[in-house]
Ligand binder design. Structure first.
Ligand SMILES: *Cc1c(COP(=O)(O)O)cnc(C)c1O
Length: 333
């Protein structure tokens, strides 16, 4: 796996920490040793996983001479916040198309990521109804900007194309260097699975390096079959881009959909419990939409003895804690 073959902006100076979680492990019965990789601490305003993908996407944009970035996401999108953050740093304009997946949920005065869009000087926000073809909406915006003499570059939702997923194949390599240095044998890796770039990149990296560490994705929106197909297709595309000749087995992609609840971004009791438990045992802030639901899944699997006694389980913290401030009512209930 050679990442120097691609344009890349180096936003990340050092590896994110891998920390033990003894308090949480004990609170869950002590049968499993939990560890966490702190991608919530990645650079970029507010932190989180999209910075790894944006190292490659922003570099591609700049190589193509872009002066403007157009991207899209949900109304409280960490991806939009981080794309805007790196656009600010690079001196590029940034326009956002936000999908109101829950009708009536958009509030221009909302806290969390929404507040940060405005604080960082977003050029425009267009809110479109749930189910809108987001690629088409971005193309329309880009055409408009081109008409004004701009040179726009579109980054898809979550930066989850083969370019962005390189960031997580690279994270797999970073993780293995750390684990080898620590002489820490990890038996399972658990992560949230949303727009799929994180999950797909990790599978490509872990498989490409023959690490034999199974990767388990916790869905945040889709059902198992649909999500596994999206992750697998993107993994194949990413592996091809990297020049990995080995076949990625279909069963390297495993998703659980039991922890989504009523739908994307809609709180569940198990999510609230998980966020509180991480906060109160490890002082680690999860988020309500991704890492909170993924942690709820992790906790449930531990309670069901899904992992062998004494297993070392690594949880990838993908960030998102700024969104907590848009959900305070959910946690105070
Ligand atoms: C985007 C995001 C994810 C999901 O990553 P994907 O690559 O979209 O699957 C998980 N956690 C947080 C906090 C995110 O913002």
């Amino acid at each position: 796996m050679n990442f120097t073959q691609f344009p890349r902006r180096k936003y990340i100076q050092s590896s994110t920490p891998i920390e033990p979680m003894p308090g949480l492990s004990l609170a869950l019965g002590g049968n499993v040793n939990l560890f966490i990789k702190r991608d919530d601490l990645l650079p970029g305003a507010g932190g989180g996983n999209k910075t790894r993908k944006l190292e490659f996407c922003m570099a591609d944009a700049m190589e193509k001479g872009a002066d403007t970035i157009v991207t899209c996401g949900a109304i409280q999108s960490n991806h939009c916040r981080l794309t805007l953050s790196w656009a600010v740093k690079e001196g590029l304009d940034c326009h956002l198309i936000l999908e109101e997946r829950v009708k009536g949920a958009y509030n221009p005065d909302a806290s969390g990521n929404n507040f940060l869009y405005q604080l960082m000087g977003v050029k425009s926000i267009e809110v479109v109804p749930g189910g809108t073809d987001m690629m088409a909406a971005m193309e329309k915006k880009a055409a408009e900007l081109s008409g004004e003499g701009k040179n726009p570059y579109m980054i898809p939702v979550g930066a989850s194309n083969a370019i962005g997923a390189l960031g997580y194949a690279s994270c797999a390599m970073e993780t293995m260097v750390q684990l080898n240095d620590m002489s820490l044998k990890i038996d399972h890796l658990v992560l949230p699975s949303g727009s799929a770039g994180t999950h797909a990149g990790m599978v490509v990296g872990m498989t490409g390096m023959d690490t034999f560490i199974p990767v388990t994705g916790m869905n945040v929106s889709r059902q198992k079959q649909a999500q596994e197909k999206i992750v697998y297709d993107l993994a194949l595309e990413t592996a091809a881009k990297l020049g990995i000749t080995k076949e990625i087995p279909r069963d390297a992609v495993v998703c659980f959909d039991q922890y989504v609840g009523p739908g994307y971004s809609i709180p569940t009791d198990a999510m609230v419990e998980a966020v509180k438990l991480f906060a109160q045992t490890e002082a680690i802030l999860l988020d309500p939409v991704y890492s909170g639901k993924a942690a709820a899944g992790l906790i449930d699997l531990i309670q069901k003895d899904h992992f062998a006694q004494g297993a070392n389980v690594l949880f990838l913290h993908t960030g998102g804690s700024p969104a907590l401030f848009a959900y305070m009512g959910t946690f105070r209930k």
